[in-house]
Design a binder for this molecule. Structure first.
Ligand code: ZN
Length: 560
């Protein structure tokens, strides 16, 4: 739209006469968005209609009249036609590099039956040819009817020459076929690692192919490492996917090896997503010795802190609860392998705290959360007050008494709203009606003073923040059975949902001075949506689309 007609429209919109383009050099801008509905995130002035950008930073957001002193000559002009502008989305929990691989891998998320599941794996085996591993997948057996876990004998006949290691979408369970189990040396006699499970057929006593949590490592260890070129290609797919979804920053729950990939992407000028990386807490001694404080790095790539696991997931029945599962009274879940030997998690948390590092700890079941809150309290008591901004990843099932502890400790509840509308289909079967009342308690956490940071957990769930906002605002489960919302008291407002995907994510990064709102001096990371999600009926938010994504003042997705 950078043409004479548009320039004239802009000049008229800004109220500038053609003879008054003599603004000083410092008033020059290189991108101007006009005629929009701009949600700034600035509580003092939440709305604007135009945004001007220079050198990757926001120069001003305001009315057309207020931007009158700026010189638009030479600027790229975008007439938004009334579209909604938000700060670029910050997804506070992704598996970003893995996501790029998943985009290119077998897709099992939509497999709704055993037949479909097997057919997709058979097709992949034909496509890849003998010898190649079939990995990723993101299957969800809750969609099968009847609901049943897949078994290796379902797929062995179609994959005699391809090892298969496909994960449930939560990443806490895999199905391995016989070829993969053989390579991994897993038999009926394999010792079960702590924090894991090797499912055995009750009749034959042989492994069914389902491995949970730490037991998954037995097979993962045998999958050949992708080449660096393949990793770069995957990262390229990830950043493209982020731009398409309006995501300009992600928090990457990774292993340390993703650094070299994103570093190379940055060097090549291809890193169009800001990546804030959490590496496993098992590296705490190394990071502490380096005396690196959180967060470390530049605006595109940072070492954020350390990630740890207290337990598994609800869908895999490995989330750790005080009471047994309602549908399986034999188990109340598992503590994660990182909890062993006993006491090690607490020691590592204390060490990370002494070293000045941020923590992001996965806790899903109520007992896992409670134990984590105990450890966080002990660390604060031992090391004294400090601006920690510590996170609890998922914070999914909480005892009512533990919700207020989030506020007292000033914690970040790093939650993923899409999980609520997905798991909400079957969570009550697993944990019963009482515990469901404080499940995904976003609004209660917010009221208790926790900072809500929304994310997708991509690839566990789709990356789209629009879906996440829709989920948080409506809590309508994917099966359509809760049109008024599942546990409706825990819905949050559109504004709080947007904040949890923008300003709060920036705060979690200690970057509230640099991004997350549309204010002068902040990074020009913006997303333009094709409709105003603040005013349309909540159930229509899901249909909103990303029209344009802007990073550092550059349009990285969409057309102007
Ligand atoms: Zn995750």
């Amino acid at each position: 739209m950078k043409n004479a007609g548009c320039m004239l429209a802009l000049i008229l919109a800004l109220g500038l006469g053609t003879g008054c383009q003599t603004a000083a050099e410092e008033d020059m801008v290189d991108l101007v968005l006009v005629n929009g509905k701009v949600w700034t995130g600035d509580a003092a002035r939440p709305w604007a209609e135009a945004v001007a950008v220079r050198d990757g930073k926001i120069v001003a957001a305001g009315t057309a009249a207020e931007l009158r002193t700026l010189s638009p000559s030479g600027a790229k002009l975008v007439d938004l036609g009334g579209s909604l502008v938000l700060p670029g989305f910050i997804d506070s929990h992704t598996h970003f590099l893995a996501g790029g691989f998943a985009l290119k891998s077998i897709q099992l998320r939509e497999a709704k039956s055993r037949g479909d599941f097997v057919a997709r794996i058979a097709a992949k085996a034909r496509e890849l040819g003998p010898g190649r591993w079939i990995v990723n997948g993101d299957w969800d057996h809750q969609q099968f009817s009847p609901v049943e876990l897949p078994r290796r004998d379902w797929v062995d006949a179609v994959t005699p020459d391809n090892p298969v290691c496909v994960n449930r979408l939560d990443g806490h369970m895999i199905l391995a076929n016989s070829a993969a189990l053989k390579l991994a040396g897993v038999t009926r006699n394999t010792p079960v690692p702590p924090g894991g499970e090797i499912e055995m057929d009750p009749e034959t006593g042989e492994p069914t192919g389902i491995l949970k949590d730490t037991a998954m490592e037995l097979v993962y260890a045998k999958i050949p490492e992708p080449s660096f070129a393949e990793k770069l290609e995957a990262a390229g797919a990830s950043v493209r996917h982020a731009a398409e979804n309006g995501v300009t920053s992600v928090h990457e729950m990774a292993d340390a090896s993703s650094f070299e990939v994103f570093q190379e992407m940055a060097r090549l000028g291809r890193l169009t997503t800001r990546v804030h990386v959490y590496i496993p807490i098992t590296e705490v001694e190394l990071v502490a010795r380096l005396k690196v404080k959180s967060p470390f790095g530049g605006p595109y790539l940072q070492l954020a802190g350390l990630k740890a696991f207290m337990d598994g997931s609800l869908g895999s029945a490995t989330a750790c609860f005080f009471e047994p599962y309602a549908d399986d009274p034999k188990t109340s879940g598992l503590l994660h392998g990182q909890m062993y030997p006993e006491g090690i998690m607490e020691r590592r948390i204390l060490e990370a705290d002494r070293a000045g590092l941020q923590l992001a700890v996965h806790a899903i079941g109520d007992r896992a959360n409670s134990l984590l809150l105990d450890m966080y309290e002990k660390a604060v008591a031992a090391n004294g007050p400090r601006d920690r901004r510590w996170r609890v990843e998922h914070a999914q099932h909480l005892r009512p008494a533990d919700i207020s502890r989030f506020g007292k400790l000033g914690l970040v509840a790093a939650v993923q709203p899409y999980h609520a509308i997905d798991d909400g289909r079957w969570a009550e079967q697993k944990i019963g009606p009482e515990r469901v009342r404080t499940t995904y308690p976003f609004e209660s956490l917010r009221r208790a003073g926790a900072v809500l940071a929304f994310g997708s957990d991509w690839t566990v769930a789709p990356l789209s923040p629009i879906l996440g906002i829709y989920a948080a605002v409506t809590r309508r489960t994917l099966d359509g059975k809760n049109p008024g919302g599942w546990v409706p008291g825990e819905k949050v407002s559109v504004e709080e949902a947007v904040r949890a995907y923008t300003a709060n994510g920036a705060w979690v990064e200690f970057a509230e001075g640099a991004k997350g709102t549309i204010e002068a001096g902040k990074l020009a990371d913006l997303v333009v949506l094709d409709r105003d999600i603040f005013t349309i009926p909540a159930e229509e938010i899901v249909r909103a689309g990303v029209r344009m994504t802007i990073l550092d003042g550059r349009i990285i997705y969409g057309k102007d």
